[in-house]
Design a protein around this ligand. Structure first.
Ligand SMILES: [Zn+2]
Length: 303
């Protein structure tokens, strides 16, 4: 074959290959979006109320009482938050407030979509946002500029802890420190045996550890749930993975203990990743392992 022919075929094959890759990634993307349209809502009936779970990159839960809606967490980007908001509109009840469970960005980057709805949380979570909120935006700006906010969410600190009544529904709001995040809230609905714990619980996923010093305390909190709450509750609503039951307490303890054991053995970043995948091969959220090791093995050369 002549040289010019070979060059032509090379360029031709390159174009074909690129087109194929684009087509495959586009069809993957549309299948993800399509899945979001059809399979991403789960509805739980509890007495006169319902809890709608929207499965996005994180989970948002909508508590529907006879007269109003309360949303817990706002998704990771404008696209998902828009889908969530469209679903909320189909319920035809006023969205009275939004509760932010903790300061991690996959739970609040969608906030600009929910204009005019008060966002409330605790002063501890606001302090966490003041500390890291702008950093999360800066870190993800390059990849996600068009679909994330330019400045951090500024919730009111009016979320009360303890027993309260939301539109006829008795709830208990608790705050936990030093676990998956620095501060996180947990909502209990004792009459219906429901706990909405967000990222205190991951169901069948790799857990994200944000600081080495928090792992043991997170294990202690889960052990306490195993000992006490497991007798009183049976529906556990998570921040990642499908809603589940109290078996998630033991499962998450096992994961964190394994992670601690790997770290204690002196494993480096790559070895930690490999060993976590080997120990938990069937879990979703493999990308979370990168976040965990990124958090736990801070590059000393980076300021
Ligand atoms: Zn999360």
């Amino acid at each position: 074959m002549q040289r010019s022919h070979i060059i032509f075929w090379r360029i031709f094959m390159k174009i074909i290959f690129k087109t194929l890759i684009t087509a495959v990634s586009l069809s993957f993307l549309s299948s993800v979006l399509y899945a979001n349209d059809t399979k991403n809502i789960e509805i739980m009936e509890i007495g006169d109320n319902k809890i709608h779970t929207f499965y996005g990159i994180s989970n948002s839960h909508i508590i529907e009482t006879p007269s109003k809606l309360i949303l817990i967490d706002m998704q990771f980007n404008f696209k998902l938050a828009t889908k969530l908001n469209e679903y909320i509109k189909t319920l035809k009840k006023p969205l009275s407030k939004i509760i932010l469970s903790h300061s991690h960005p996959d739970h609040w980057f969608g906030y600009p979509i929910f204009k005019d709805v008060p966002i409330i949380t605790t002063s501890g979570i606001v302090a966490d946002l003041n500390h890291k909120g702008a950093f999360y935006i800066k870190r993800l700006q390059k990849k996600m500029a068009a679909i994330i906010p330019k400045k951090p969410v500024e919730p009111l600190t009016t979320l009360k802890l303890g027993k309260q009544n939301w539109g006829g529904l008795d709830v208990i709001v608790e705050e936990y420190t030093e676990q998956e995040a620095h501060h996180s809230i947990l909502i209990k609905i004792p009459q219906h045996k429901v706990m909405i714990g967000q990222d205190l619980f991951y169901n069948n996923m790799h857990l994200v550890a944000s600081q080495r010093s928090r792992n043991n305390n997170w294990i202690k909190i889960l052990q306490s749930f195993q000992k006490n709450e497991a007798k009183l509750y049976d529906k556990i609503l998570t921040g990642h993975g499908k809603n589940t039951d109290t078996s998630v307490f033991a499962d998450n303890i096992t994961y964190l203990q394994k992670l601690e054991q790997i770290l204690a053995s002196g494993a480096n970043k790559e070895e930690t990743k490999e060993q976590l995948i080997k120990a938990f091969p069937d879990r979703g959220g493999k990308g979370f392992i990168n976040i965990t090791v990124g958090n736990l093995f801070v590059d000393k050369n980076k300021k």
